[in-house]
Every structure is written in C-alpha cells, then in structure tokens.
Write a protein that binds this ligand. Sequence first.
Ligand SMILES: Nc1ncnc2c1ncn2[C@@H]1O[C@H](COP(=O)(O)OP(=O)(O)OP(=O)(O)O)[C@@H](O)[C@H]1O
Ligand SMILES: [Mg+2]
Length: 227
Amino acid sequence: MLQVDHVNAHYGKLQVLHDVSLTIQSGERVGIFGHNGAGKTTLLKSLVGDMPQLEGKIRYQEHPIVAGQVHLNVRHGIGFVPQGHNVFRELSVEQNLRIAGLMHDPAYAETVFGIFPILKERHLQLAGSLSGGQQQMLALGMALMTRPHLLLLDEPTTGLAPIIVRDVLASIRAINQNEGTTVLIVEQNVQATLKQVERAIVLKSGRVIFDGPSQQLLEEKSLWHLF
Ligand SMILES: Nc1ncnc2c1ncn2[C@@H]1O[C@H](COP(=O)(O)OP(=O)(O)OP(=O)(O)O)[C@@H](O)[C@H]1O
Ligand SMILES: [Mg+2]
C-alpha cells in the first residue's frame, strides 16, 4: 500500500532522514519509535508530501506522493493527525466532526460516536473545554471522518494519564480491526504501543535501525536503549 524508497529529507542544510526505505501492507498496524529528534515526525510529514526537500520515492497505492502537494496527496485516502491538539476550540464536538467530514459523509459522525461514546455524551460541549484525552479522541475522530485508508498518527497519547493512554491505543487498534484502516503510529509510550501494534520500526538519527515484529522488540530488552 505504501512504499518508501531510499528517502532523504532535509530542512535547509540539515539532513534529517537518511536513506529510509520501508513498505507498509494494507491493513497493518505499525509503530514508529525513536529518541526525540530521531526524525519520526519528519517521516510522517514526508509521507503526505509535507517535506518539500525530499530525495527518493514514495508511492501510496498507485499514486506517487508529490513533495509539496499535501492537499492532493491526502485526497487519495490518507488521514494525518499531527502532534498536539488539533481541534477547533470554539466549536462544539459535533461541529468539529461534521466540518472534518464535510467533503465525505457527515452522517459518519454516528459511527465515530460509536467508537468514542464520550464524544457522543459531550457532543454539544465546546472542544476547547474537553480534557486533553477527550481532545485527542476528537482529533482522531476528525481524521476518521475523512474515511482514510491509511491513518498517520503523531504521538496521539502525549500528556495523557496511563489509563487513558491504554484506552486511546485500544481504540486505534479497534479502528484498524473493525474498519480495516491501515495505521502508522508514532509513540513515546513504547511499551503500551508495542502491545497494540504488530510491527515496530525504530529510527535513530534519521535511519531505520529496526523493522520487525513488535513482539521481538518487547522480548529483546537489549534493544530498548534504542528509544
Ligand atoms: N521545521 C524545521 N526546521 C528545521 N529543523 C527541523 C524542523 N523540524 C524538525 N527539525 C529538526 O529535524 C530533526 C528531526 O525532527 P523530528 O521532528 O522529525 O523529530 P521527532 O523524532 O519527531 O522528535 P520528537 O520525538 O521530539 O517529536 C530534529 O533535529 C529537529 O530539530
Ligand atoms: Mg515528533
């Protein structure tokens, strides 16, 4: 579904990704890990074409990802939830969902409410007054409203209490299993995430230094210094 071939990415003179190659199959749940500054966000940005200075090739289904053309690339069914809370704070929960689904099917909000019942309960509440975890769920729900085939999530559980982290990660797994959405998730909550993904990719200084079953990473404690 997604093919990344020998990608180098730069910010000005600073090269952040070095010869990154990977393939993601349709329906996979993949975690991306690595230290702060390893290039995780840059990799996700590259996948939607948000890194203008890119060498190498990225293909999504039959489409080449064109650097600098995010609005066109995402039309092919890529949902991207960037780092940080991404909701319209002055609008209600339901308005946020409906705006996100404007180009698609606003009625799909009912399905999203089924996945995150707390959003249904709070559908009239202003998004800015939701708790951090609820805002993360709403941001995820908004991405789902675009009916993506591939969902890119950049640290969706940052700042959440451990029990909420588990809830959000379990919801992401449920989205993958029930909707068939392919999920690529960048996470600092490595242990909790490894239990919910099938495959792990570890970046170090912009290079892929591990790509294999998440179980292998869970078992091989000698690899844990990598993140
Ligand atoms: N817009 C930018 N301009 C210049 N340098 C940048 C820019 N964005 C990121 N960088 C640099 O690129 C490197 C990789 O950053 P990136 O955001 O991809 O890391 P990350 O793995 O997502 O880190 P974190 O875990 O802290 O989110 C870092 O050294 C960072 O300082
Ligand atoms: Mg990041």
